[in-house]
Design a protein around this ligand. Sequence first.
Ligand code: ZN
Length: 55
Amino acid sequence: MRCPACGGETRVVNSRPHPVKNRIIRRRECCSCQARYTTAEGRISEVTKPKTKKA
Ligand SMILES: [Zn+2]
């Protein structure tokens, strides 16, 4: 994912599940200009469903 400010490379600094199902919040930081922003990305648990539940 590219930085919306400068178009440089970004990295994920934090991620957490979103209250809405099948979504995840990712906090990203630009490697070039250090701009921080969050993205909500979905369809993570639709692809790979766990076969067993962890207690
Ligand atoms: Zn940037």
